[in-house]
Design a protein around this ligand. Structure first.
Ligand code: FES
Ligand code: FES
Length: 189
């Protein structure tokens, strides 16, 4: 017999109610139940960080969390970084500094870096390297990723800090355009 729970999860400012089996991971709930396929799954056992999302502002490996643990929580995924079709400064910095090749790891790095830059607007290169080392990238050699995060923090002649863009968004902006299933009307509240 399946152990099903009804949970209420806010993703990128949009509230979803969904029935989930107790053993279902948060990654699977986001990807398969709610359509946020920007969150990638690599190792599925907590090593690679590709599945990193923010839960109440903290970076979490969604393959290691259960969907039921997200009940009542605010989740942020890579889909929530852009605003009205515009990449945010961190995403622009990744593009400008060639911080991705195949791009599979990129959503996890973007969310990890978002958490870092919200906590610390002016990180040192060593701090960026230490935090970014928790995620795996098989393509870039990391130099571009580190440069991009530093650029987004306003260093190396980079772009504005991530939080300046975040703070300019209205709550309505954050709701608009962030749910892949919004058009279909699924799970909408
Ligand atoms: S897929 Fe979650 S850490 Fe690798
Ligand atoms: S860009 Fe390919 S794994 Fe990181």
């Amino acid at each position: 017999m399946k152990d099903i729970h009804s949970v209420r999860i806010t993703v990128n400012g949009r509230l979803h109610e969904v029935d989930v089996e107790s053993r279902r991971t948060l990654a699977d709930v986001l990807r398969h139940d709610l359509g946020y396929t920007g969150t990638h799954l690599g190792c599925e056992h907590g090593i690679c960080g590709a599945c990193t999302v923010l839960v109440d502002g903290l970076a979490v490996r969604s393959c290691l969390a259960f969907g039921v643990q997200a009940d009542g929580r605010e989740i942020e995924t890579v889909e929530g970084l852009e605003s009205n079709g515009q990449l945010n400064p961190l995403q622009e910095a990744f593009s400008a500094h060639h911080a991705l090749q195949c791009g599979f790891c990129t959503p996890g790095f973007l969310m990890l870096a978002t958490a870092l830059l919200r906590e610390k607007l002016d990180p040192t290169e060593e701090e960026v390297r230490e935090v970014m080392s928790s995620n795996l990238c098989r393509c870039t050699g990391y130099q571009g990723i580190v440069e991009a995060v530093l650029a987004a923090a306003g260093k190396n002649g980079g772009t504005e800090a991530v939080d300046s863009a975040v703070s300019q968004e209205t709550s309505e902006d954050r709701v608009e355009g962030v749910s892949p299933l919004r058009e279909a009307g699924d799970h909408a509240q």
